[in-house]
Design a protein around this ligand. Structure first.
Ligand SMILES: [Ca+2]
Length: 617
């Protein structure tokens, strides 16, 4: 340890004055943040400026303190010497040291397939008081973008990078080729690895979907404790799988095979696990990163009656009406500009009025079940928040809530390949809907109401597939109950967390040079220190299974219909055409060429392959 004489500048001396009020006079040594104060006879304050140096986790998280100090108004050199010796001892003591780690805890909550228009605070009709409270004390993003599907989103979210760079070029496809490994690669480091090395505890529960092999397990990827469904979906009440080749859902806890407690509901159980993990090291003073990777409201739509019953009758006028109603309420809340128009219904949507009464009843129940799942999700987020309050950590926890992609249209019950197995093992009769042995999805008809006012839904590269709600609240969030309408992407989240934690993304990891982050921190935006995250020149590209898009400012080129052909890109201006209805490639040739040039650069950089390799659903 090296002690340097540190000369405080005038402005720093001013800053120090604020601490004079918070330290209890009479203590010999007391600390706040990086400032430590010692007292002489309860009168003379001595300030020390400390910088914590944390070694890597591999060296068993030993910490040391570098102490720089200045002594103001020295009276008795001898007493001062004693105090410095005393204070060095106390601040190198692990228990004392940990108590003064003021870095925020970080709680990342990810909903699965939740639509843009579902939440109360986004203008939706589902009751989400806990999420709404986060919004009223924090910032909502109306222009937040994900990938179009679960696994690439998780790869991009955790790495702060492109899905190909991270290794998830195509969901559920595993190859040896760059970008299509089907798991997280060593080209990147993910949030729990970086925060773990910075001294955070790291816990997760929920959906992993980032590699099935033991080396890809969360416990090999920086998570201290984890309970996960390794695949993308499963029964919400038991370990019943949903595909013929995976009749049993594989769960692991801390890397070892784990049993699902039969009858426990997914979101309830994952929340139990997270609370249990948080409590393991409660009070040791280290901050924690918690990844609540919920599988709700992903199909199969299953929920206890107490959650969905209150929505009975609410959707009896059908999905077209809900889509319109939400469009208007989104506008009222301010999530959608006044000039927005609703896109036409997807060709697979059957008009509500043409349904029989029995069909209407069944359709309405689908949406009631979906609403019940979201209701339960909000209830469990409330449980997590209450637990943080109970243990005194809420005030120092940065909470980010988001959905991983647009609302889901797929319905595997009727799928040519997957349907027979599902129909054999589940029963979708009206009276059985929502129960543990039912397999309900709500189809494109309700998904379009979920992704109102955007075009299409999950899986597509149009705004309906890649626009999701995101809310951030907690320490450092100075913008309360506001909406940010500028472009933000899921790759910006990891860099934001690193800034909040006061750490840097490494240039090398596991002794190997890794790709730099593609995202950019939005912490300066939420603190009010910056007006925007990305400027008009920022390029945001996406490619998955031959569906591709690239954004620059308000301009977007979209190639939504595979197989991919470069000449099929269309050009839209999202400022006045949010629904992507008017292709401007002929009118705006220069802009089109400009974005196409960027596309070729981007696709080369991420080494995207065309035609895109095929993967399972
Ligand atoms: Ca999803």
């Amino acid at each position: 340890m090296k002690d340097d004489l540190y000369n405080f500048q005038d402005n720093e001396t001013e800053q120090l004055k604020q601490y004079e009020n918070v330290f209890t006079l009479g203590n010999v040594v007391t600390c706040k943040g990086n400032i430590k104060a010692s007292f002489l006879h309860g009168k003379q304050v001595v300030f020390h400026y400390m910088k914590k140096i944390i070694k890597s986790k591999s060296s068993k998280e030993k910490s040391s303190w570098k102490v720089d100090y200045i002594i103001r108004n020295i009276i008795v050199q001898y007493f001062l010497f004693l105090i410095i010796v005393g204070s060095l001892y106390s601040c190198s003591n692990p228990s004392q040291e940990s108590k003064q780690d003021q870095r925020p805890n970080i709680l990342l909550i990810v909903a699965d397939d939740l639509g843009y228009a579902d939440l109360g605070c986004y203008g939706g009709d589902i009751e989400t008081p806990n999420i709404d409270r986060l919004a009223s004390t924090g910032l909502r993003f109306s222009n937040f973008h994900t990938s179009p599907l679960c696994a690439p989103t998780r790869a991009m979210l955790l790495s702060g990078n492109d899905n190909h760079i991270a290794g998830m070029g195509v969901q559920s496809l595993v190859t040896n080729e760059f970008g299509y490994e089907g798991k997280l690669t060593d080209r990147i480091a993910i949030i729990p690895e970086v925060l773990g090395n910075a001294g955070y505890h790291t816990y997760m529960a929920g959906k992993w979907h980032l590699g099935m092999d033991s080396l890809s397990n969360p416990n090999q990827k920086g998570f201290e404790h984890s309970f996960v469904n390794l695949r993308g979906a499963g029964n919400h009440y038991n370990d019943q799988g949903i595909f013929k080749e995976t009749p049993v859902t594989i769960y692991t806890e801390d890397g070892k095979p784990a049993k699902w407690e039969n009858g426990k509901y997914s979101t309830d159980y994952y929340t139990d696990k997270l609370i249990q993990y948080i409590d393991i090291n409660k009070g040791d003073g280290k901050p924690f990163f918690v990844f609540a990777a919920y599988t709700s409201p992903h199909w199969p739509l299953q929920a206890d009656e107490k959650y969905w019953k209150k929505y009975e009758g609410r959707y009896d006028d059908g999905y077209e009406k809900l889509k319109e109603r939400r469009f208007e309420s989104l506008k009222r809340v301010g999530m959608v500009p006044e000039n927005a128009v609703l896109p036409p219904n997807h060709e697979r949507v059957i008009p509500w009025d043409s349904l029989s009464e029995a069909e209407k009843k069944k359709e309405a129940r689908k949406m009631e079940l979906y609403a019940g799942m979201v209701d339960n999700l909000d209830f469990n987020i409330g449980r997590l928040i209450q637990h943080l309050k109970d243990i005194g950590e809420f005030e120092n926890t940065l909470i980010l809530f988001m959905s991983d992609n647009g609302a889901a249209s797929e319905d595997f019950y009727y799928h040519d390949t997957y349907g027979p197995f599902i129909r054999e093992n589940f029963n979708d009769d009206y009276e059985n809907m929502g129960k543990p042995n039912s397999f309900i999805s709500y189809g494109p008809q309700w998904a379009e109401a979920g992704s109102s006012p955007f075009r299409y839904f999950k899986g597509h590269i149009t705004e309906g597939g890649i626009t999701a709600p995101m809310i951030i609240s907690g320490p450092g969030v100075e913008k309360k109950n506001e909406i940010y309408a500028g472009l933000v992407t899921l790759m910006d989240i990891a860099p934001s967390f690193y800034q909040a934690a006061g750490t840097e993304y490494p240039a090398t990891f596991r002794n190997k040079k890794i790709y730099p982050l593609k995202g950019k921190s939005f912490m300066n935006l939420i603190s009010g220190a910056a007006e925007q995250v990305h400027d008009e020149e920022y390029i945001f590209g996406l490619e998955h299974r031959g569906r591709a898009m690239l954004r620059k400012g308000d301009w977007k080129i979209v190639n939504n219909n595979p197989p991919f052909q470069p000449e099929n890109f269309k050009l839209y201006n999202l400022f006045n055409d949010l629904a992507e209805l008017n292709d401007l490639r002929e009118q705006e040739k220069d802009k089109y060429e400009e974005l196409m040039d960027e596309w070729f650069k981007f696709s080369k950089e991420i080494k995207a392959q065309f035609p895109s390799p095929e993967g399972e659903e």
